[in-house]
Design a protein around this ligand. Structure first.
Ligand code: CLF
Ligand code: SF4
Length: 292
């Protein structure tokens, strides 16, 4: 069976049978999006308002065993935050290495803001990661400038026009190279009313040309305390997304995304992460009763 047939995000039919496990090992982030507040998971793939506990790469492997006790048909293990997977890639790479060794049958997946993608592709290939999601919210610098406050690239902080130009160049370059290297790419675009809603079609045209496999438009839910939240930029709805994506042609559109948390586990529609954290809490209580 081809791996895409078992990936619940890249294949809607697969989402009925197979689940994914997110391994929250990536703490930092290299950019600042105006709908984000770092008390929470990265909203590029998550619903703000939830925060995942960090795991070490070794604990991440244990996590898969634990999840499989509740739901065995886990076909994908992914790193999707709580920050950016490649801001400090050491933990992410180590996690992929350990998972590959322990669960060779599991598909590896990763999401990123794309800033550091190009220089990490070779290593991701070695680790057998096949699926990558890049969040691309604009292809026009003047629009990007309204979405990002700063970009920290190799220790230098860029703002305004410079930040927008650098990020867009790096994202497009990373996507182009990833497609050429044979990765299967999904683009997430966060729909921000009044900021990039009129621009989503341009993004879809661009990524179609780049050979991207799947396009996922996600309604923005601004994180509490984020810049957009504080300045009254309104979130979007699933209905807004449907209204915009209905006119997009020539690229696969994802319409079953659950904007899941960075420690989500199980079927897309039945997240086990809450159940797992309750169980961890119970185990800790038991432990406290022991005379150690
Ligand atoms: Fe996770 Fe993302 Fe991989 Fe899926 S999620 S890193 S591609 S394994 Fe899926 Fe969750 Fe939507 Fe992401 S439902 S938020 S699209
Ligand atoms: Fe927040 Fe953006 Fe970084 Fe995700 S990529 S953690 S949304 S600043």
């Amino acid at each position: 069976m081809n791996t895409i047939e078992k990936h619940p995000c890249f294949n809607k039919e697969a989402s009925k049978h197979y689940g994914r496990v997110h391994l929250p090992v990536a703490k930092s982030c290299s950019i600042s999006c105006n709908y984000c507040h770092r008390d929470y998971d990265c909203p590029n793939e998550s619903r703000p308002g939830v925060t995942s506990g960090l795991l070490s790469p070794e604990d991440a492997v244990d996590r898969i065993y634990e999840v499989k006790r509740f739901f065995n048909d886990i076909s994908v293990a992914a790193v999707a935050g709580p920050g950016d997977s490649l801001a400090e890639p050491r933990n992410t790479m180590k996690t992929f290495e350990l998972v590959k060794k322990e669960f060779p049958e599991i598909i590896l997946c990763m999401s990123t803001n794309g800033l550091d993608l190009a220089e990490n592709l070779e290593e991701l290939k070695e680790k057998r990661v096949n699926f990558i999601t890049v969040t691309l919210n604009a292809i026009d610098e003047s629009i990007a400038q309204k979405i990002y406050r700063y970009v920290n690239y190799k220790g230098i902080v860029y703002t305004e026009k410079d930040a927008a130009k650098l990020l867009l160049d790096r994202q497009i370059n990373g996507i182009e190279k990833a497609v050429k290297k044979g990765f299967t790419i999904k683009i997430n675009s966060v729909l921000i009313p009044g900021v990039n809603d009129f621009h989503i079609k341009d993004i879809s045209d661009k990524v179609k040309k780049l050979g991207v496999y799947l396009f996922n438009v996600m309604p923005m839910i601004p994180a509490e305390k984020s810049y957009f939240y504080k300045t009254g930029v309104k979130g979007a709805s699933r209905k807004d997304v449907a209204g915009i994506t209905k006119d997009i042609e020539g690229i696969n559109i994802m319409d079953h995304c659950r904007q899941c948390r960075s420690d989500a586990a199980g079927l897309l529609g039945e997240d086990l992460s809450k159940k797992l954290s309750e169980r961890e809490e119970d185990l800790r209580c038991e432990c406290k009763k022991m005379p150690c």
